[in-house]
Design a protein around this ligand. Sequence first.
Ligand SMILES: C[S@@+](CC[C@H](N)C(=O)[O-])C[C@H]1O[C@@H](n2cnc3c(N)ncnc32)[C@H](O)[C@@H]1O
Length: 276
Amino acid sequence: MQTGLKSYNYGSKRQWRKWVWNRIVERLDISPRVARGFYLLGPDNEDYKIAKQKKFRPANLIGIDMNKKAVISARKQGCIAIQGDISDIICNWGERIDFVNADFCCGLTKQFYRFMGSLMDAKSISDKTVIALNLLRGRDGFSSGVLENAKIGKNEFERKFGRLPKFIEQKMNEKMGNVNKHRGMMAISQIGEFLYYLKRGKFPSGNSITMFYLHYTLMKKMRPDFSWYKSNSGNMIMDSVVFKYPINCEGEYRLDKCMKNKIAAAKAVRTKKILA
Ligand SMILES: C[S@@+](CC[C@H](N)C(=O)[O-])C[C@H]1O[C@@H](n2cnc3c(N)ncnc32)[C@H](O)[C@@H]1O
């Protein structure tokens, strides 16, 4: 079903969607049959079909989109769908969330960082929640600083420990297109920086070796897996990462009355589906 938005139904994206849902299933502590979570709808609601094939239940799949047409279209298909910013919905949901499949069409934008902040701010997110991100490489003002820090960090690491063996770098590049530019890698590095800040009250300098060890410890916890693909037109690169969120959040409800009403309506539809 089309909504007038750009369609995302093409070969490499179809393959990629399966890859994402498989990585989510691998990282869940529970069976997909009982796992509940969020995904971004888009114009065709393609993820819904794949998630069902992977044994997720329709009553546990909550589709989200800021775009009204996408939400109306999904509801016509009998899906649970909420219109709004995914960050607000995560913060106001108030119950356990097992996965968030955030196939954004943007890069490391302000709105994306708001989303990253909402993960920390929400009661529903725990160290059992699996997060999938899909991000556009390039065209984002915010990434230049992160890219610069990554380069400084890499140089510092190589001065201390020597160059990474070439085959490791090659393997990483195969997986990520370009390890230094991969937006999923940058996004999870930011989580490291947030956690460093929470612990020490300041952000690490780019060349901090402590930062490297923090990443190493986090990586073991998060078990990230990376991929990338070219868009239909071939001139855009999308970077993905699937990982387990590393901490339990102590966030409070963000009391947004309008969002609360929308969520209450979605929960009522969900209960009806479970009882049907
Ligand atoms: C790339 S599409 C999703 C495609 C879908 N996963 C698929 O494969 O068919 C991204 C959708 O997310 C919506 N979106 C982007 N940022 C959002 C946000 N912060 N909150 C809610 N919806 C958002 C856009 O309107 C768009 O329809």
